[in-house]
Design a protein around this ligand. Structure first.
Ligand code: HEM
Length: 455
């Protein structure tokens, strides 16, 4: 069995003080975490104004996400940074608002993956054309454009090269550069009126994105009225009524939902795709097996014929869960493993630590897609594997993302051989990214010579 240690960020030095921790947290959430979190079942952090509990015990994770989700709603304070972009979308809402949004979105998305298949395939083919003869490529940027292309084609039936889509994509990149992941007032539980560090650039790009999306929604609303709207995700979300009240989303609510589909639907998949290609590039024997499977598949539309590529994608989501941590808030006082959890405490669920937990996984930092064929892999999958979260707030796009990941990987592997550049260092931005990007060399499999460019 071949396997190799996957990149892992340095942990926080023992004994670091609060301000050093906050500084590390702002700079990179991973470097602010101590090594012992990879072994602990639970860790409590007491701040001056708050308490938070990182939970790694699978039974506790299950309780928070699946058994008592209403007692642990999403923490609004922590997500405040995203509100400028996402409004009151399903990702941030709680209670009745959230329930209503899911009642409309879930049926619209039910056949999402099946219906989106042509969009995924067309976006994959367009990416191969753009990559041409390969050469040195920064894969994160390529993957972001590719998955944004998938999501625009799925939502609005337009490719990323269309003018509005390109403008949204570029504004989003500016937003990411300008927006810190966590806000310090949120972290310290300061009251909501305390100043937030929303930079002007972040506010401006969020407003620009929302303006462009509002234009797309308005145009689609007109097409629906005129009876000439394409049968895509936007049309389904805008026309499907809430089964309980019969109401549809208002145009303003629609902009919130489109914004989250764009964000959640492309950032996460791009992160996973970039890391999967790095892991394959760094492990040529595993890449050869995956590429052989892709090239032997008579029809790339039949993903059941690609169990190994699926295992590669699952293993990538284990080592580099695109959403590294999720935050919930205790709605009432309770106990975790015999300790008092006061009302308002934060419960932090960390796929990043859970997926590399020393006591839950064999050789946790190794890239080993074969683990998914073994009994141990399956047991851990049940107990300690939550790349898409779990329970009622599970990712709406999980099925979509699995199909997208396997299909795009197989298309890229069939077209190119990937060679690894310098080892990337994982950092937590909106999703798990590489500090200096993922630089790979692409060699076309059709025998044409790679370009010597720094594309
Ligand atoms: C590899 C790809 C993806 C990963 C790893 C992923 C992961 C996640 C996770 C962990 C959450 C829960 C976050 C939390 O509770 O704080 C989530 C929520 C969500 N995801 Fe995904 N996601 C992926 C792709 C997608 C795609 C493709 C879409 C849509 C096209 C999507 C739409 C959503 C939405 C709407 C939510 C909010 C659900 C709710 O709160 O009720 N995701 N995702």
């Amino acid at each position: 069995m071949t396997r190799r240690r996957a990149p892992k960020p340095a942990s926080r030095p023992e004994g670091a003080g609060l301000w050093q921790r906050i500084r590390l947290f702002r700079q990179d959430m991973f470097s602010s975490q101590p090594e012992r979190l990879y072994r602990a079942w639970m860790a409590e952090v007491r701040g001056p104004l708050y308490r938070s509990f990182l939970v790694n015990d699978p039974a506790l994770v299950k309780r928070v996400l699946l058994e008592e989700p209403e007692k642990f709603p999403k923490s609004a304070i922590i997500h405040d940074t995203l509100r400028g972009l996402l409004g009151d979308s399903v990702f941030l809402s709680n209670g009745e608002t959230w329930k209503r949004q899911r009642r409309i979105l879930d049926p619209a998305f039910e056949q999402g993956a099946v219906k989106a298949f042509p969009a995924m395939r067309d976006a994959g083919a367009a990416a191969v054309v753009r990559l041409g003869k390969g050469g040195m490529v920064e894969m994160e940027a390529v993957a972001s454009m590719l998955t944004a292309d998938v999501i625009f084609r799925t939502l609005f039936s337009i490719p990323i090269t269309s003018e509005v889509a390109t403008r949204v994509f570029q504004a989003f990149r500016r937003y990411q550069r300008a927006q810190p992941l966590w806000n310090i007032p949120g972290l310290l539980r300061l009251p909501r009126w305390a100043p937030r560090f929303h930079s002007k650039a972040a506010r401006e790009s969020a407003a620009e994105i929302r303006g462009l999306l509002a234009g797309l929604v308005a145009a689609r609303a007109a097409e629906i009225v005129e009876g000439r709207a394409p049968d895509d995700l936007a049309t389904r979300i805008m026309t499907l009524p809430d089964p309980e009240t019969g109401e549809t989303f208002t145009p303003a609510e629609m902009v919130d939902q489109v914004a989250i589909f764009f964000l959640a639907g492309h950032e996460t998949s791009a992160s996973a795709l970039g890391w999967a290609l790095y892991l394959l590039a760094a492990n040529p024997d595993i890449q050869a097996r995956a590429a052989a499977e892709a090239m032997a598949a008579p029809d790339l539309g039949d993903l059941s014929g690609m169990p190994f590529i699926k295992a590669v994608f699952r293993e990538t989501l284990r080592l580099f869960p695109p959403v590294p941590m999720m935050v919930r808030e205790a709605a009432e006082a309770c106990e975790f493993r015999g300790r008092n959890v006061p009302k308002g405490s934060l419960a932090i669920l960390s796929p990043w630590h859970l997926h590399r937990h020393r006591r839950l996984w064999d050789h946790p930092d190794d890239f080993d897609p074969d683990r998914w064929q073994t009994q141990n892999g399956k047991a851990c999958k049940r107990n300690a594997y939550i790349p898409f979260s779990a329970g009622p707030r599970v990712c709406s796009g999980a099925g979509f993302a699995m199909i997208e990941g396997v299909l795009l990987l197989s298309m890229l592997l069939a077209a190119y051989r990937f060679e690894a550049g310098p080892e990337p260092v994982p950092v937590a931005h909106l999703t798990v990214r590489a500090k200096d990007g993922i630089n790979l060399r692409l060699v076309p499999r059709d025998g044409s010579s790679p370009e010597h460019t720094d594309a």
